[in-house]
Structures are given as structure tokens and as C-alpha cells.
Design a protein around this ligand. Structure first.
Ligand SMILES: CC(C)(COP(=O)(O)OP(=O)(O)OC[C@H]1O[C@@H](n2cnc3c(N)ncnc32)[C@H](O)[C@@H]1OP(=O)(O)O)[C@@H](O)C(=O)NCCC(=O)NCCS
Length: 196
């Protein structure tokens, strides 16, 4: 027996200011932030050239219905009809081959011109809602270079717990190794209690 396939996510998702939807090939221009070395500074791949950008967008547009470990959902984040960033949910560990993955990983990248307005927080909140409502996950993680202070701050805003710091754990292009921080969030910790 093998685990049944998981249903595709119910899209689009609407939040107060944003729409989360699938990535399409028409998003290529808006995703050009993946050619920006600053945006990619702490991502696990180098800034893209045109060929790599096209391949990346093609791949993102095919990440529609994750079901197995390592399957990914890619979502475009749109504000007022403009793509401002993107999110991923990667399914990871499952108990055995008869069950669906139960641990997932979340990630994000936003265009610098749309930073600092809380869009990443709002979009990632909706992604976590999806991860815990639609997918049978009990745990979400995010891993990042601890020098990536904006991403670490985002994890904190989302109520994730910094669980581990692995020293010299991630290879850098120059042959050195950088630290890796792990943040975690359990299903029972979500949604966070609201103030008041
Ligand atoms: C990580 C990343 C998505 C964070 O983006 P961000 O703009 O800092 O995050 P948000 O969109 O949530 O904005 C938060 C800021 O908006 C402010 N803000 C304004 N309105 C807000 C609102 N309604 N809700 C929350 N924050 C709001 C916050 O106070 C915060 O300001 P600060 O930066 O002065 O502290 C972005 O830096 C990025 O794309 N980096 C490159 C890619 C990358 O490294 N990805 C992660 C790899 S692990």
C-alpha cells in the first residue's frame, strides 16, 4: 500500500491585501528579482542569469500539487495585480510510505521594492494556515543563514521558535561553510492567540 495522493490546494487564497495563486510562465518579468544578487545572498542558489531564470519560472509553474516528500508548492503573492513575491511549501518527512508527509518546510522571497510593508508576514501567515488546514502536517520548519536578519525576523513575527543553530553546516560558493538556523512551528501552536 502507498499513501493516497493529496488534493491540490484550494486557490486562489485571498488575504486582506494579497492574493496567493499559482505561478505561471507569464510571471517571468515579475520574478526577475531572482537575478538580483542581494535577494539571492542567502538563498541556496546563486543569482540567476536569463537562462536560469526561465528554468526557475518553468519549475515554479509546475509545482502545483505536492503530495510526496520533496514535492513543492510554489505560490505567487500578488498585491493590486502586481506580483510582489513568492512562497514555497516543501513536503518533507513522513512516518512511513503508507502515510502522507507530516513535516513541511516554508520559504519566501520578495521583490526588494515591495519589502517593509508586511506583505511577507501576511502571505506567510496564509501559507501556514494552508499548511495546517489543507495538508496533514504537524510541524513546519524554516531554515536560514542566521545572517539573514530579515528572514529571521519574519520567522519570529510568525511565532516560530528558533530550535537549532548548526555551525558551519551549509556550503558557500567560495568554498567556506556557513551556519544554519532552524525555526519550527507545531500545529498546536497555530493559530497564535490574539492579543486582548
Ligand atoms: C525575508 C524577506 C521576505 C523579508 O521581507 P520583509 O519586507 O522584511 O518582511 P515583511 O514584508 O513582512 O515586512 C516587515 C516589515 O514591514 C513592517 N510592516 C509594515 N506594515 C506591516 C504589517 N501590516 N504587518 C507586518 N509588518 C508590517 C514591519 O514593521 C517590518 O518592518 P522592519 O523591516 O522595519 O522591521 C525579504 O527580506 C526577502 O525576500 N529576502 C530575500 C530572499 C530571502 O533571503 N529569503 C529567505 C531565505 S531563508
Amino acid at each position: 500500500m502507498t499513501a493516497p495522493r493529496l488534493d491540490p490546494p484550494p486557490l486562489p487564497i485571498r488575504t486582506e491585501r494579497l492574493v496567493l495563486r499559482y505561478v505561471t510562465l507569464d510571471d517571468l518579468d515579475a520574478l526577475r528579482y531572482y537575478t538580483d544578487p542581494e535577494v539571492c545572498r542567502y538563498l541556496p542558489f546563486p543569482a540567476a542569469d536569463e537562462e536560469a531564470l526561465a528554468a526557475r519560472v518553468q519549475r515554479m509553474s509546475e509545482r502545483l500539487a505536492p503530495s510526496e516528500p520533496d514535492d513543492v508548492l510554489s505560490l505567487a503573492v500578488v498585491h493590486d495585480d502586481v506580483l510582489v513575491g513568492d512562497l514555497i511549501l516543501r513536503l518533507r518527512t513522513r512516518a512511513d510510505e503508507d502515510t502522507a508527509p507530516s513535516v513541511g518546510e516554508i520559504g519566501w522571497a520578495f521583490a526588494p521594492e515591495h519589502a517593509g510593508r508586511g506583505f511577507a508576514t501576511e502571505a506567510a501567515t496564509a501559507l501556514i494556515d494552508l499548511a495546517f488546514s489543507h495538508y496533514p502536517l504537524h510541524r513546519l520548519i524554516a531554515h536560514l543563514d542566521p545572517r539573514n536578519l530579515r528572514s529571521a525576523a519574519l520567522c519570529e513575527r510568525l511565532g516560530m521558535t528558533r530550535e537549532a543553530l548548526l555551525r558551519k553546516s551549509w556550503p558557500e560558493p567560495d568554498g567556506t561553510w556557513t551556519d544554519e538556523a532552524f525555526y519550527g512551528l507545531l500545529r498546536e501552536e497555530w493559530p497564535r492567540p490574539t492579543a486582548g
